[in-house]
Design a protein around this ligand. Structure first.
Ligand code: HEC
Length: 124
């Protein structure tokens, strides 16, 4: 009977699987009128061209922001983000440039789509 070992191995591989997925970003180089073609090309999970619907705002926020702003984003070391009264421009600027002990996040860390989705999630 090696049940313990089996369980440990199972747990470990689960962590690896979870760690491996996520973070896939789509390269978009549409400068002009590519928007019209999007219906015909992709089928998987496409919803009327809503660009933020396939962004995991909650997941990104949990891994990048929750450590300082609280797990439910009601505040921690940093102020509450849930129910923010900032405008989207102010919000974006603070995250991109940092403020006080708030670190700055580049586009490699948090994409514009993710920022918009987070703002939508919190400003409601
Ligand atoms: C290392 C801790 C830390 C992390 C990580 C962090 N923040 Fe902050 N954040 C702060 C602190 C501290 C402030 C207050 C800054 C000040 O005004 O001095 C702040 C302020 C802000 C503000 C301004 C809030 C207001 O009402 O004035 C926004 C918006 C914000 N953070 C968004 C984010 C987002 C989005 C993320 C994740 C991408 C994030 N923060 C990650 C610490 C952090």
């Amino acid at each position: 009977m090696d049940l313990k070992k089996y369980l440990m191995a199972g747990g470990l591989s689960l962590v690896l699987v979870l760690g491996a997925c996520g973070g896939d970003t789509e390269e978009t180089d549409d400068s002009a009128d590519d928007a019209a073609t999007e219906e015909s090309t992709t089928e998987e999970g496409s919803e009327e061209g809503a660009s933020t619907s396939d962004v995991d705002a909650e997941g990104v926020a949990q891994s990048s922001c929750a450590s300082c702003h609280g797990e439910d984003f009601s505040g921690g070391m940093g102020p509450a983000l849930q129910g923010t009264s900032l405008s989207e421009d102010e919000f974006t600027e603070i995250v991109r440039n940092g403020q006080g002990s708030m670190p700055e996040f580049s586009e490699d860390q948090v994409s514009d789509e993710e920022l918009t989705a987070m703002y939508d999630m919190w400003s409601e």
